[in-house]
Design a protein around this ligand. Structure first.
Ligand code: G6P
Ligand code: ZN
Length: 607
């Protein structure tokens, strides 16, 4: 870099690197680019699309135009900028920093190597503080989508509460992308070395690089009793494998699971973040999506095949297994030859919340997305706490978590709060994102306490069996039809939505439809209405068939079919979930005419 005037210590051990650069603001003419609508979770496109011309700059400037219009304190403010380490992350970060400074941002916060997981970004925005509270942050990630020059890139803006921008902001950002005429950037910024913690003073601007794990770890230590988890880890009969799938979780997993909690070195696998997640996406490596289909290595290590059936293994099977996605907000939990569905995992964490120090004061609320099974509803009812059903997308939980706070002071407070989704997301109100390692620690905490109480090792499977005996079992599975023709998928959804309500009372075998509608959500906190959130067929026995189009893909469409069948505690609780929901899938195919619309006779993924 340019001339370094001094290199002194930043108080917390970080060197302060002064550089008397003069940054000149330039206004670069540009034109609107079509198709910059953010989906379920930010803007995602093929990497090459992002790399072309002003694609990224236009979007980032549209975000700033929106923030400035909304009186967000951008001038002199602090902004977090980092990502999940996927291909083009370092270049994108440098572009964003320049646009941010040109728009008046005073201080940029960056994790080492430009890495911050999605939940860690939320933790940094909310808790790093010390007088420079950020007004928001950019996360460069396409989450579980494959990375690499031929795969996907993405960007997401999170607000000062640490959560994804709500729809009222993202729709303004989209409006700006349609009318943008110029973007601002600065000239004269040297290339910054983000590989080590440092404080760069660049004229009147500052870039701070800090250890990407420290803030998140600090927060997690407040949520859990690390000592009791350490005792579990130290048991000779307990072994763990945590697969970071070459995403951003690696540094967090190694530091927290191995160094802090004492798991054997090597317990954290695929723990070096890679730009293509070990790709290409055609191989299982490269698709950092923790489910039975894509987490091939972990699933086999745990003695299962991708249908979740037991297979024989020549090696000893670990007692606990987990995996994370590219940006580390998702989690999959397993025990030896046992897979727990995310819907069940949520219900069981809520049921055992009193074993987690974070909820010592008592849990006040919980929530699930609409397609997530109703298992958590049964727990909430038994415990007498509020349970909300929101559309798919983590942002919908944020308002509930912010109720009764400075953001919505006149609303009743639903926190402490736990929420989750069938799409392998689980979390709580310590941050405003789902949090993969939080879910892993929540389970480890529950197992640690139960093991202490029982005087012998308690597994995830033991907890699940006990749970089902108490509440019954919501057998559940999701069929994904990936890469189908978008227009045809939309026609199919339109056909079903058009018939909404008409099928009530109709029987399929011994099942009768009780509710047939298109899910719509009225946010009880800010009064906003979200329409068209999935087609539902709910039967008299509580079974559900739900259709939705994915909001996170980048090409074509993915049809998601969610299947759920409830069995009471007196019923057969030990069946395989895929077998139990199969008859429902047959009904769903009749209701949707999926085969003739999409030409598919089987799903790409079942999980
Ligand atoms: C992201 C969001 C989740 C959401 C999921 C659904 O991971 O953060 O909140 O559940 O996408 O994705 P889909 O592809 O079904 O729209
Ligand atoms: Zn993710």
């Amino acid at each position: 870099m340019g001339q370094i005037a001094s290199n002194i210590c930043g108080g917390d051990g970080r060197p302060v690197i002064k550089n008397d650069v003069t940054l000149t603001i330039k206004n670069v003419p540009t034109e609107p680019i079509a198709g910059q609508a953010p989906g379920t979770s930010g803007l995602r496109k093929k990497t090459k699309v992002f790399m072309e011309g002003n694609y990224l700059a236009n979007y980032v400037q549209s975000v700033f135009n929106t923030l400035i219009e909304e009186n967000v304190p951008v001038q002199g403010g602090t902004l977090v900028v980092s990502g999940d380490g996927r291909y083009w992350n370092p270049e994108a970060i440098q572009i964003i920093i320049k646009i941010a400074f040109a728009n008046g941002v005073g201080r940029i916060w960056c994790g080492t190597d430009g890495l911050l997981s999605t939940p860690a970004t939320s933790a940094v925005i909310r808790a790093r503080g010390y007088g420079f509270e950020p007004f928001g942050g950019f996360i460069c990630s396409a989450s579980h989508n494959p990375g690499g020059i031929n795969d996907d890139f993405g960007i997401k803006y999170n607000c000062e509460n640490g959560g994804p921008a709500p729809e009222k902001l993202t729709s303004k950002m989209l409006e700006w992308t349609g009318k943008i005429k110029e973007y601002k950037s600065v000239e004269g910024l040297p290339n910054l070395d983000l590989s080590k913690p440092a404080i760069y003073k660049l004229g009147d601007k500052i870039v701070e690089v800090f250890d990407c794990v420290e803030d998140h770890l600090k927060l997690l230590k407040q949520c859990f009793d690390f000592n009791s988890i350490k005792r579990l880890m130290a048991r000779p009969d307990f072994t763990i494998v945590y697969d970071s799938m070459s995403g951003v979780q690696g540094p967090y997993a190694r530091r927290i699971i191995e160094q802090e909690l004492g798991a054997k070195p090597g317990s954290c696998t695929n723990a070096d973040p890679k730009p293509d997640f070990g790709g290409p996406s055609s191989a299982w490596h490269g698709h950092a999506d923790p489910n039975l289909t894509y987490a091939v290595e972990l699933v086999a290590t745990m003695g299962l095949n991708k249908e979740g059936q037991k297979i024989s293994s020549s090696k000893p099977i670990p007692s606990f297994g987990a995996a994370a996605d590219g940006d580390a907000d998702r989690n999959m939990i397993l025990s030896s030859q046992f897979f727990i569905s995310p819907s069940d995992s949520l219900a069981m964490i809520v049921d055992n919340a009193d074993l987690i120090p974070q909820f010592r004061a008592g849990l006040k609320g919980c929530a699930r997305s609409m397609p997530t099974s109703g298992a958590v509803d049964l727990v909430a009812k038994a415990k007498g706490i509020e349970c909300f059903e929101v559309p798919t997308g983590w942002k919908f939980f944020g308002n509930l978590m912010d109720s009764g706070t400075q953001y919505f002071p006149d609303k009743p407070q639903y926190t402490p709060f736990i929420c989750g989704e069938e799409s392998f997301g689980t979390g709580a109100d310590h941050v405003r994102e789902k949090d993969g390692i939080w879910a892993v620690l929540a389970w480890l905490q529950i197992l640690a306490k139960k093991t202490e109480q029982a005087g012998k090792l308690v597994s995830v499977e033991d907890v699940a069996n006990q749970h089902w005996k108490t509440y019954g079992r919501n057998y559940y599975a999701r069929y994904d039809y990936e890469g189908v023709d978008k227009a045809k998928a939309e026609d199919m959804m339109k056909m079903m939505s058009g018939k909404s309500g008409q099928l009530v009372g109709k029987s399929y075998g011994n099942m009768k439809i009780k509710i047939n509608d298109v899910f719509e959500y009225n946010d009880p906190v800010d009064g906003s209405v979200s329409k068209n959130q999935g087609v539902r067929f709910i039967f008299e026995d509580g079974s559900r068939i739900i259709f939705r189009l994915s909001g996170t893909g980048v090409a074509g469409a993915t049809v998601r079919l969610y299947l759920e069948k409830y069995t009471p505690p007196t019923g057969n609780l030990g069946m395989h979930q895929f077998d139990v929901v199969k008859p429902l899938a047959d009904v769903a195919l009749q209701l949707s005419n999926l085969k003739s619309y999409t030409g598919r006779d089987k799903p790409t993924v079942i999980t």
